[in-house]
Design a protein around this ligand. Structure first.
Ligand code: NAD
Length: 355
């Protein structure tokens, strides 16, 4: 099969880590008989420097014409003083919106080889954890009505959390399907003891649950979820939650893995085309030094093979290669704790050797 992949390398370490993922994809393509065709599009600071805007139309059109899109990261001190609408990060919201991406999948897995990086007590993470957070991405309070007004005590500001049945149904279905492919356990996180929007969320999730009798579904209040993530993360398989709760909980979950350079993500919409990117930023402090850990981006490419192209064996092959390299003790500087480490290119070579 032939797949057209749009590349948004972006800024800082973006070009280095995307290059690593491209090399890994090319190796997988050769092994399994697929052709991956890559096309670069400008985004973020790189686009600002060339065109004066962070998200040119040509980039949006190119992404929409691709079978899927791999993003490095955007942003850096050079563009930090620009006004909000010209900030590189603005391009991220723009491209997600243009691609109609309403689901964000963020796995948070503790690799057995990296247990010492976890900030939690070792008895808590003895058996590791492997959580998939399914976050609603285009609704809720981040997109609701907002404003400033004069209130009882003078100047006040407000934001509105609003979810439609349709928005809850479609994200719930993604989460149930994901749970079905994993351990069959789904935790829906809300604040139904206080928020009306959460009560609708819970009602709709329960209705969809009736169509997925093979998935064990339960509810959890968001304050309890924040505690349970650090008390016993292994209890979770798939989590589904709203935009803001997902934003906060997925960052908490990523921190307890202890390794920001390891975590991939996928943003999906109605079509098979997705946007795949590491959860970290452009790390300007280490850009161009060969110090970037490319694993989050390589695992994002593995998610693309699975979720956009349905290539499960090919995807598993990348994940297994990463596992083997870590088990063999190879590390980039961010996870080496001062011990010997490999450069971005060297660890990519090791992963490629194991494919
Ligand atoms: P960051 O994630 O870029 O870096 C935080 C720390 O983690 C740094 O010390 C960095 O060196 C390290 N780090 C991150 N990724 C790494 C990797 N792959 N390998 C090794 N070390 C890694 O976050 P920040 O410093 O807050 O932000 C830097 C820039 O990135 C800012 O302009 C910010 O707006 C932008 N940003 C972009 C995205 C995105 O493109 N999705 C996300 C977050 C931040």
């Amino acid at each position: 099969m032939r797949y057209n992949i749009g590349l948004l390398k972006g800024d800082g370490i973006g070009p280095e880590i995307v290059e690593s993922a491209v090399r890994v994809l090319e190796t997988v393509g050769k092994k399994f008989g697929h052709e991956f065709v890559f096309t670069d599009y400008d985004i973020g600071g790189a686009a600002l420097d060339k065109y004066g805007i962070p998200l040119p139309d040509a980039t949006v059109e190119g992404c929409l014409a691709s079978d899927s899109v791999l993003l490095g990261a955007v942003g850096g001190p050079k563009w930090d003083t620009l006004p909000g609408n010209l900030r590189p990060e603005k391009a991220l919201l723009g491209i997600r919106e243009a691609m109609g991406l309403f689901t964000n999948l963020r796995p948070a897995k503790l690799y057995s080889a990296l247990k010492d990086d976890c900030p939690l007590r070792c008895d808590i993470v003895e058996n590791g954890f492997d959580i998939m957070i399914v976050r609603e991405l285009t609704g809720g309070i981040y997109f609701g009505e907002r404003g400033m007004r004069e209130g009882k005590y003078g100047e006040e500001a407000y934001d509105t959390e609003c979810y439609s049945r349709m928005e809850i149904e479609r994200i719930a279905r993604v989460a149930f399907e994901s749970a079905r492919k994993r351990k069959g356990k789904l935790t829906s996180i809300d604040k139904a003891n206080v928020l009306e929007s959460s009560r609708l969320w819970r009602k709709v999730v329960h209705e969809i649950a009736e169509q997925y009798s093979d998935v064990e579904c339960s509810d959890m209040l968001v304050d309890n979820a924040a505690m349970q993530l650090v008390r016993n993360p292994a209890q979770f398989d798939v989590i589904v939650t709203s935009n803001m709760f997902g934003d906060i909980l997925s960052d908490e979950a990523s921190q307890i893995t202890g390794s920001i350079g390891m975590l991939p993500s996928a943003s999906l919409g109605e079509t098979s085309r997705g946007l795949y990117e590491p959860i970290h930023g452009s790390a300007p402090d280490i850009a161009g030094k060969g110090l970037a850990n490319p694993i989050a981006t390589i695992l994002s490419a593995a998610m693309m093979l699975l979720y956009s192209f349905g290539l499960a064996s090919e995807s598993d092959c990348i994940v297994a290669a990463v596992d083997k390299v870590l088990d063999a003790g190879y590390r980039t500087a961010d996870i080496a704790h001062g011990a010997d480490s490999l450069s971005t290119t060297e660890i990519t070579d090791k992963i490629i050797e194991n494919i």
